[in-house]
Design a protein around this ligand. Structure first.
Ligand SMILES: [Fe+2]
Length: 160
């Protein structure tokens, strides 16, 4: 039987379904990468607005973890297997490695901002590629909207 998504009655061909599941796992790897990188920044940041950035980085952690859960469960709900180990994330994330010895707030904010905008650009492509699965598309739109908001909040710190 050809699997169906919950969002429509028209069956999606199995090859396309596999592609949607692969893209969800790709997104899962990136959400795990962003959540661990934001935690790294949350722990190490220092500077004049320590508390604001310490809190903002942790909000990004929480949101990325929630979206990890959402994309993993969407992959399984449409017949796939979620690939969410730290090894999967390391293998599949295309984001640059997050700086590990940085303490200064400015490079940490720039590093996180750059990763969020890169992720947003890729989500833009995924949103347009999922016209055939509106439920998954809706999830990507939600992730992009949240990421864009956090990128804006990070960037606001960089203006004198
Ligand atoms: Fe903490």
């Amino acid at each position: 039987m050809t699997p169906r998504t919950q969002s429509q009655a028209t069956p999606i061909p199995q090859t396309r379904q596999a592609e949607i599941i692969a893209d969800l796992n790709w997104t899962l790897a990136h959400m795990i990468d962003i959540s661990t990188s934001a935690k790294q920044a949350h722990w190490n940041v220092h500077g004049p607005n320590f508390q604001g950035l310490h809190d903002l980085f942790d909000i990004i952690v929480d949101e990325a973890r929630q979206y990890s859960d959402d994309v993993a469960e969407r992959a399984v709900a449409i017949g796939g297997t979620a690939h969410g180990t730290i090894q999967d994330a390391t293998k599949n994330s295309t984001l640059d490695p997050f700086p590990t010895d940085e303490r200064n707030w400015q490079p940490l904010v720039k590093a996180m901002h750059g990763r969020l905008t890169a992720m947003s650009a890729r989500l833009h492509d995924l949103i347009h590629a999922t016209e055939d699965d509106l439920n998954t598309q809706d999830l990507y739109i939600s992730i992009q909207r949240t990421i864009d908001k956090r990128a804006w909040m990070l960037e606001a710190h960089l203006h004198e």
